[in-house]
Ligand binder design. Structure first.
Ligand code: S3P
Length: 176
């Protein structure tokens, strides 16, 4: 049922639903779920937002994220891996995820992402004008998500259940 024991990897911008959809997909596939941001927090001993706030914070965060991606990919048991939105910007992360997993890009327009994140205070890169930051990040990253993903799944105006079904079906090779 699972494609060669590969991990199921979710990529996409903040607000795409990677954690929610990843958790639920893992339940359906009866396997463990990991979120690279959680691994970063465990490695760093602090919250992502706290890490960004210290001197050189984003660079330190990216180092921990690099380790988190390597740790998750190295699991002998296939996992569902939710990645932080910027994880695939690093070529080594990208190659590692693509080699070890089936990569799904969860996609939504910026206004949808901004609405979902309207009450969020946990994402340092969105401090200030969140829609403008999301637009800038999408412009920088869209081609990267597209290149690394085996499949892109649109999430706007769809229930979580519907997206989970699409993700699991794509992973299991069911024709959409
Ligand atoms: C980031 C996304 C966040 C988190 C960090 C940086 C990014 O994860 O890794 O704040 O660069 O897009 P989510 O995409 O899970 O929100």
């Amino acid at each position: 049922m699972t494609p060669g024991g590969r991990h199921l990897v979710l990529v996409g911008l903040m607000g795409a639903g990677k954690t929610t959809v990843g958790n639920r997909s893992a339940q359906q596939l009866d396997r463990a779920f990991v979120d690279t941001d959680d691994i970063v927090e465990a490695l760093a001993g602090m919250r992502v937002a706290e890490l960004f706030a210290i001197a050189g914070g984003e660079a330190k965060f990216r180092d921990f994220e690099h380790q988190a991606v390597a740790d998750a990919c190295a699991s002998p048991a296939p996992l569902v891996i939710s990645t932080g939105g910027g994880a695939v910007v690093d070529a080594e992360n990208r190659n590692r995820l693509a080699a070890a997993g089936f990569v799904v890009w969860l996609r939504a327009p910026v206004d949808v992402l901004a609405t979902r994140l309207a009450d969020d205070s946990d994402r340092p890169l969105l401090a200030g004008d969140a829609p403008a930051s999301l637009s800038r990040l999408l412009a920088l990253r869209e081609h990267i998500y597209e290149a690394v993903a085996d499949v892109a799944i649109d999430t706007q105006e769809r229930s979580v259940d519907d997206v989970v079904t699409a993700v699991v079906d794509a992973y299991c090779g069911v024709t959409q």
